[in-house]
Design a protein around this ligand. Structure first.
Ligand code: PLI
Length: 467
């Protein structure tokens, strides 16, 4: 049967690239890993990367760059002011995202810092479709109060609602009613919501949210860090978008916003970088005023010229065709399906940047105050050298007013897939290890803090097993 025949059999997809350079990784012994996790205080952030076999800590800054990006590095213009590479980046952001004003930053949290400082006044409310750690930190540091307005389905790992990233408009309206529109400077709308499990919002919901914003004089600021992944899900799930390219859908997402913060370490296919993009020239002027104090001059903002060249190329490449994003999310789905077929409870539907294990259900014998997801991530590392990340009560931190732990409904371990880095064989090894660890879940003990940092505690906290 030739390739053009009208066969209805499903065909496999494959990565739209071949591998030109490799980086060796080594597998360690179980004894080695037991020592390593103990000296890391049971926190996978504190492991040395060389003690890790398959590194699924994060998809942030762990991308493999293309030959064209490596070539672009050589063209970097390292001028302190007015670098040619800055203007290349500005062109790419205007062309692909459609924002006129570019404020470059060293990474996403740099952009969040500047945005929070220019827009939030002490006592303001900042609604958002679920918190992200650094985003909420900067909003609270500026005196704002983050209020979660995501749909209820997002908090239920088993719900298969296709747009778990949607804003609940009634919750958003309630914030406006309670605080008054003048105390709500902007709503922060994250694409493909990270903490919900990489879950998309629909264009219909974004459009309605934007209309509510306009009616009340409130800005809609996107966290467009994973907007391309969101665009892919819109193409798959939202009626009317099946024949549109991801590039076109991305432009439409940005159309319903006043600006965006972006960590370029994800969708944009680079290892470092980020930006704040805006429509309003006056807001951008204020942002640049702070930028020169905290990040760098307005034409580099913490990036080198070569970083900006690689980023400009990455931005074009991520939407050049839909093949890249199809394969990227296809690989995540491949791992997710292996786990669901084996009965492992994960966040459904499988998300865009990783598979999220439901630690609350896997380790039902460990109360949330004893950090089940943290304990599961450590156990997975000891089993196979696979590094994952806690996304539960440790990441959620404490309420700055009451000092009490936030107790999120989602107590998850994130298996985050770097872009263009691992093969399906790596995914098979990961799945086998997760299944094995789940089979022995009752042997895993809870943890307690031996060191708890005040802010963003998940990065540097240390633990010890209880009992
Ligand atoms: O890590 P940064 O500073 O480049 O970006 C911060 C940031 C902002 N928004 C979102 C949705 C993120 O996911 C994000 C960073 N995420 C990390 C580091 C992660 O591991 O998911």
């Amino acid at each position: 049967m030739d390739g053009d025949s009208k066969s209805v059999r499903a065909r496999s997809w494959a990565e739209p690239f071949r591998i030109k350079m490799v980086e060796p990784i080594t597998v360690t012994t179980r004894e080695h890993r037991e020592r390593a996790i103990a000296s890391a205080g049971w926190n996978t952030f504190l492991l040395r990367a060389e003690d890790v076999y398959i590194d699924l800590l994060t998809d942030s800054g762990t991308n493999a760059m293309s030959d064209r990006q490596w070539a672009a590095l050589m063209l970097g213009d390292e001028a302190y002011a007015g670098s040619r590479s800055y203007y290349h980046l500005e062109d790419a952001v205007r062309e692909v995202y459609g924002y006129e004003e570019l404020v470059p930053t060293h990474q996403g949290r740099g952009a969040e810092h500047i945005l929070s400082q220019i827009l939030i006044k002490p006592g303001d409310a900042v609604p958002g479709n679920m918190y992200f750690t650094t985003t909420r930190f900067h909003q609270e540091r500026a005196g704002g109060r983050f209020i979660d307005v995501i749909v209820d389905e997002a908090h239920d790992p088993a719900s298969t609602y296709p747009f778990k990233g949607n804003v609940d408009l009634a919750k958003f309206q309630a914030v406006i009613d309670e605080y008054g529109a003048d105390r709500v400077p902007y709503i922060s709308v994250e694409t493909n919501v990270n903490m919900a499990g990489g879950q998309p919002l629909s264009l219909a919901n974004l459009r309605a949210t934007y209309e509510l914003c306009r009616a009340n004089g409130i800005y809609l600021m996107l966290d467009a860090t994973r907007a391309v992944e969101n665009a892919w899900f819109i193409k798959q799930r939202e009626p009317g978008y099946q024949d549109r390219s991801v590039r076109e859908i991305l432009r439409e997402i940005c159309r319903y916003s006043d600006g965006a913060t972006v960590s370029s370490k994800k969708d944009n296919l680079v290892n470092i970088g980020g930006f704040l993009a805006l429509r309003d020239a006056e807001l951008a002027r204020r942002a640049r005023g702070l930028l020169v104090a905290f990040e760098g001059l307005h034409t580099y903002g913490g990036m080198s010229g070569r970083d900006m060249e690689a980023l400009a190329q990455g931005i074009r490449e991520m939407v050049e065709t839909d093949d890249h994003i199809a394969a990227r999310i296809g690989q995540v789905e491949y791992l997710g399906k292996k786990l669901t077929d084996a009965g492992v409870p994960v966040v459904l539907p499988i998300g865009g940047h990783g598979v999220f294990l439901d630690a609350r259900s896997i380790l039902a014998h460990i109360p949330q105050e004893q950090f089940p997801a943290q304990a599961l991530a450590a156990a997975l590392y000891v089993d196979s050298g696979v590094r994952s990340m806690e996304r539960g009560v440790v990441s959620a931190g404490r309420d700055p007013k009451t000092g009490e732990n936030h107790l999120p409904k989602l107590e998850l371990v994130r298996l985050t897939i770097p872009r263009r880095v691992y093969t399906q064989a790596h995914m098979d090894v990961v799945a086998e290890s997760v299944i094995e660890v789940c089979e022995h879940a009752s042997e895993i003990a809870g943890l307690r803090f031996t060191y708890e940092p005040d802010d963003l505690r998940f990065f540097l906290a240390r633990f010890e097993p209880i009992g």
